[in-house]
Ligand binder design. Structure first.
Ligand SMILES: Nc1nc2c(c(=O)[nH]1)N[C@H]1C(S)=C(S)[C@@H](COP(=O)(O)OP(=O)(O)OC[C@H]3O[C@@H](n4cnc5c(=O)[nH]c(N)nc54)[C@H](O)[C@@H]3O)O[C@H]1N2
Ligand SMILES: Nc1nc2c(c(=O)[nH]1)N[C@H]1C(S)=C(S)[C@@H](COP(=O)(O)OP(=O)(O)OC[C@H]3O[C@@H](n4cnc5c(=O)[nH]c(N)nc54)[C@H](O)[C@@H]3O)O[C@H]1N2
Ligand code: SF4
Ligand SMILES: [Mo]
Length: 901
């Protein structure tokens, strides 16, 4: 086989929307690199993008339709889905069915799903996981601008003099954009960076100022800023006069709650001086960009937070011009595309309003639809409540894993288990959600499917196939259209390909528009299949008059409100929905880690990406650790009024006393009790319906285990027989972390049962230390290491990294066997330590040695080991190691703040 041609496509992870060049190599492997011609990344990729080639395997894939666990033909499965939906609609009305879709669908998939539900089934019960993500930003944009428009573009970050990151850990979650910012910061001395985040995250690495704000108090801080700007005469009077309305009320509300800097500081848990410095910087810098993400959106006052931020940009007229503006970072690759097609339950399509009869009629005629939904449908959290109450008789979930990602996940699972009919379209066979489905429909995955996505700066890019469709998997749009046809809507859903759907979507955006709606891609309406194939990245609006697209909106006002003026919103701060109490005194915020994506269905398949963080963890301050009797590296239960999870404890001064942080990624497939959403409360923002993922009152309880251990094995052990377990993919092996309440009487027997020692040709070496409660064993086949188990009385166990390396050896010699049982590398065999750099597989120990040998800068480490010199995502951690060794060198030791690893 010869290598195939490179195909230009788009990264399927975050909303930065990086261009990727992908090709299948002669040996069948997938090679990817950043597309130098794509304006979002100009050739860069982060660790996740660079490891895409490790995630295209078929091992875990769903490749055939299934009905109640048995393989079925497409015809049978589609017929069943259409039949059960038709029956539910006929008996209980259109609102008795629902779709729950995702910002990871392509625009074309999303468009037909929305069209089917809102125009043909006639209900608006289609909501999306963007409700958990971008809904507050959408609602805030609509309140302020009259339309869901991100005013600026990425280039503004490089042209700004002050970049404020609010509730965004871009270093890990939008890494390529963060690298662009870091580079601009290096090149321009006068560019300042402020990070507003309760935790000291990797993003604070380049910050001139970090404000460790008390969770949920951003409205107080921004109200204070508005009052400060007015008081210090920094209002842009002519902009306010010509292009806005409502400043008086907003200012009055701001002054009432945030009268002065000291009051703000006290309420936000900050030092007065810190707040003053931020306000001064903001007030005196004309070119300010505010980047915000889930620390803002995922709050019961998320929409108010968004408007409090936008208020300050409107008051200073800093919007729509180069180097300035509020810039909401979208999470998923197509969060923005979903908003364009109206995928949320309270929208129509192409930025048309469900609430306007004229818009409904326009869409109905355009679609030649029998009926168009008259009222908004159920928002995600309400939707699953309705499922629990039996009001939804048939539910179709596409490209999302709600059993893991919705708050109060225990309740979501009960709701799904009790629902009459659940359909799941996914690429992966076994997820916490597919386990609860009646029908599974196999969808094409990234690399196999064709369509388009839109990134945070409104840039539409093509996602192109370079792999063949595996098994019987089909594009999501095809699956939706086949069901639509079986529901009797053949004509409206008879598309030959994704290009035809895109053409219709583009035409609708321009239909009767005349500049009244921001979303207009009329320039792309006439594309034929070849034109669609060639489509270059373009930022909407791309109208017939301005086909080249638009970098910035609102350059000259021109907002989409009835008056054409932007609206200030009077914001009255309120505390999070559920206050901590004696039983649950800590505030839990949840979020992401650098190398994992959501529920691990994709990044969990990559050894490279699974090495950085191998287990669910909970990060707690040294004060609270002492208070709750928690040891670093031990285990803790995270308990709320809704449920609980179990995770590894990380004691870190990166979080403030009173606050704890846990990642959202783990679930029943990867850990015994890792799904933190079982504990997360289901409160939502009253305007946007977005859940409060960033604030749940919890308590932590240490888990006392009689034994701790780990098991490295070439095969995945389905039931590791431990009270606590977490599993991660390694190179050619699986890594299982284990702990148990009671140690078995006889480890030798227990280990053999676990590792099934009875196959022929197996060699078994072991070490038993009864007094020390230590046990070590390895199983070899033909001299080659097959698996090994290490057990001890506490979490201090030998280096997994070195042991993993032994799996690559064709056979273990006597010295290595002895070393293995001793748990320490023999002389000359290095132990790289915990993986820090994903691109070059560089471990912490290797880095420390290099630092010890005189590498005193990130650049020097890069020259010597490669670390940090490719995607740059680990640079904050390299810097933390450098700083630690500098401190250690001066005679002190310090806990790693940012080495969350
Ligand atoms: N590696 C990785 N990258 C991703 C994803 C992923 O799963 N993994 N997912 C993508 C998606 S869908 C999304 S939505 C984005 C999310 O991207 P981000 O929003 O940047 O990520 P999060 O970790 O959810 O939360 C950001 C920060 O909000 C802070 N925070 C919590 N409460 C508050 C508060 O009250 N105020 C303020 N100011 N900050 C607060 C948290 O401490 C956290 O550091 O990431 C995208 N990129
Ligand atoms: N505690 C807590 N919970 C959170 C958050 C948080 O910060 N804290 N963040 C929330 C946010 S912002 C988000 S965006 C959500 C994300 O939550 P989810 O959307 O539930 O997470 P994913 O793991 O991305 O799920 C995507 C699913 O779709 C499948 N899939 C991938 N590609 C395709 C495709 O092309 N077609 C089909 N049919 N299936 C596909 C994947 O295998 C996977 O099962 O989580 C939310 N939940
Ligand atoms: S920043 Fe990383 S995850 Fe996001 S689109 Fe770019 S390569 Fe993909
Ligand atoms: Mo998201």
């Amino acid at each position: 086989m010869t290598a195939a041609a490179e195909i230009r496509t788009t990264c399927p992870y975050c909303g930065v929307g990086c261009g990727v060049l992908a090709r299948v190599e002669a040996d069948g492997r997938v090679a990817v690199r950043g597309d130098p011609a794509h304006p979002a990344n100009r050739g860069r990729l982060c660790s996740k993008g660079a490891a895409l080639g490790e995630t295209t395997g078929l091992e875990e894939r769903l490749l055939h339709p299934e009905v109640r666990g048995s393989r079925a033909s497409w015809d049978v499965a589609l017929g069943l889905v259409a039949g059960r939906f038709a029956e539910a609609i006929a008996t209980h009305g259109p609102d008795a069915v629902a779709f729950y879709v995702s910002g990871q669908m392509l625009t074309e998939d999303y468009y037909v799903a929305n069209k089917l539900m809102k125009g043909f089934i006639g209900s608006a019960n289609i909501d999306t996981n963007s409700r958990l993500c971008m809904a507050s930003a959408v609602a805030g944009h609509r309140r302020a601008f009259g339309a869901d428009v991100v005013p600026g573009c990425y280039e503004d970050i490089e042209r700004a003099k002050l970049v404020v990151l609010v509730g965004s850990n871009a270093a890990w979650c939008h890494p390529v954009l963060y690298q662009r910012l870091a580079q601009a910061r290096r090149e321009h001395d006068d560019l300042k960076v402020v990070v507003i985040d309760p935790r000291r995250t990797a993003s604070a690495d380049i910050a001139d100022l970090h404000l460790p704000i008390r969770i949920g108090t951003d409205t107080v801080l921004y109200n204070g800023l508005l009052a400060y700007v007015a008081e210090h005469d920094e209002l842009n009077a002519s902009f306010v006069e010509r292009h806005t309305e409502g400043l008086g009320e907003a200012l009055a509300a701001a002054r009432a709650g945030s009268p002065d800097v000291a009051t703000v500081a006290a309420q936000c848990g900050l030092a007065t001086e810190q707040v003053r410095r931020f306000y001064e910087l903001f007030a005196r810098t004309e070119r300010v960009v505010t980047l915000y993400s889930q620390g803002v959106n995922q709050s019961s006052s998320g929409t108010d937070k968004v408007n409090a931020i936008i208020n300050c940009h409107l008051a200073t007229g800093r919007i729509g011009r180069p180097g300035m503006g509020p810039l909401s970072l979208t999470g998923q690759p197509n969060a923005m595309g979903g908003r364009e097609v109206g995928g949320l339950a309270n929208q129509l399509a192409a930025h048309l309003e469900l609430g306007y009869p004229a818009h409904r009629e326009l869409v109905r005629r355009f679609w030649r639809a029998p009926r168009v939904a008259q009222q908004p449908g159920l928002k995600a959290v309400e939707l699953f409540e309705a499922v629990e109450q039996g009001r939804i008789k048939a539910l179709w979930i596409m490209a999302t894993n709600p059993a893991v990602s919705l708050p109060d996940a225990g309740r979501v699972r009960r709701a799904l288990a009790g629902c009459d009919f659940v359909v799941v379209s996914d690429c992966v066979r076994d997820t916490d959600t597919t386990r609860l489905a009646h029908v599974l429909l196999p969808a094409l995955a990234w690399g196999e499917k064709d369509g388009s996505v839109t990134n945070s700066e409104r840039r539409i890019s093509r996602s192109r196939a370079f792999l063949p469709a595996p098994g019987e998997a089909r594009p999501d749009w095809w699956i939706v259209c086949e069901v639509a046809k079986r529901l009797g809507f053949r004509e409206a859903f008879d598309y030959p390909d994704a290009a035809a759907i895109f053409g219709e979507h583009a035409a609708l955006s321009a239909h009767a528009n005349d500049g009244t709606r921001a979303f207009d891609i009329g320039a792309l309406a006439g594309l034929d299949a070849a034109g669609y194939e060639r489509l270059e990245p373009v930022q909407w609006p791309a109208t017939r008059a301005r086909p080249e697209g638009t970098a910035r909106c609102f350059v000259d006002g021109g907002f989409y409100t009835p008056s054409g003026r932007a609206r200030f919103v009077a914001v009255v701060p309120r505390p999070p929905a559920h206050a901590p109490d004696d039983d649950h005194p800590l505030a839990l915020a949840t979020g992401r880690v650098r190398d994992h994506w959501h529920t691990l269905t994709r990044t969990g398949a990559s050894p490279r990406l699974s090495a950085h963080v191998v287990e669910p963890y909970v990060e707690v301050s040294p004060d609270d650790a002492a208070r709750f009797g928690l040891a670093d590296g031990g285990l803790a239960r995270v308990i709320s009024a809704w449920g609980e999870a179990c995770a590894r404890v990380r004691v870190s001064s990166a979080v403030s006393p009173g606050a704890v942080f846990a990642p959202m990624h783990w679930n029943d497939r990867f850990a015994s009790a890792g799904c933190v959403n079982r504990a997360v409360n289901p409160a939502t923002d009253p305007v946007s319906g977005e859940p409060e993922f960033k604030h749940t009152p919890v308590r932590l309880e240490p888990v006392t285990a009689a034994w701790h251990g780990f098991l490295l094995s070439r095969r995945r052990v389905a039931r590791p027989g431990a009270d606590y377990w977490a599993v991660a993919r390694g190179d050619g092996l699986w890594r299982h972390e284990l702990a148990g309440k009671e140690a078995p009487d006889d480890w030798t027997r227990a280990a053999r049962a676990l590792l099934c020692a009875d196959d022929a040709g197996v060699e078994w070496i072991e070490y038993v230390d009864r007094a020390g409660r230590r046990y070590r064993a390895a199983r070899l086949v033909g001299g080659r290491l097959e698996s090994c188990l290490f057990v001890g009385p506490d979490p201090r166990l030998p280096s997994r990294e070195w042991l993993q390396g032994l799996f690559a050896l064709p056979r273990l010699d006597a010295a290595t066997r002895t070393a293995l049982l001793a748990g320490t590398p023999p002389k000359g065999q290095a132990d790289a330590g915990r993986r820090v750099c994903a691109c070059f597989a560089v471990g912490e120990r290797t880095l420390r040695e290099a630092i010890h040998d005189g590498c005193t800068s990130v650049e020097a480490l890069g020259r010597r080991l490669g670390a940090g010199s490719n995607c740059g995502s680990c640079i904050p951690e390299l810097r933390a190691l450098l700083a630690q060794s500098a401190v250690a060198g001066s005679g002190q030791t310090q806990l790693a703040d940012q080495t969350v690893g």
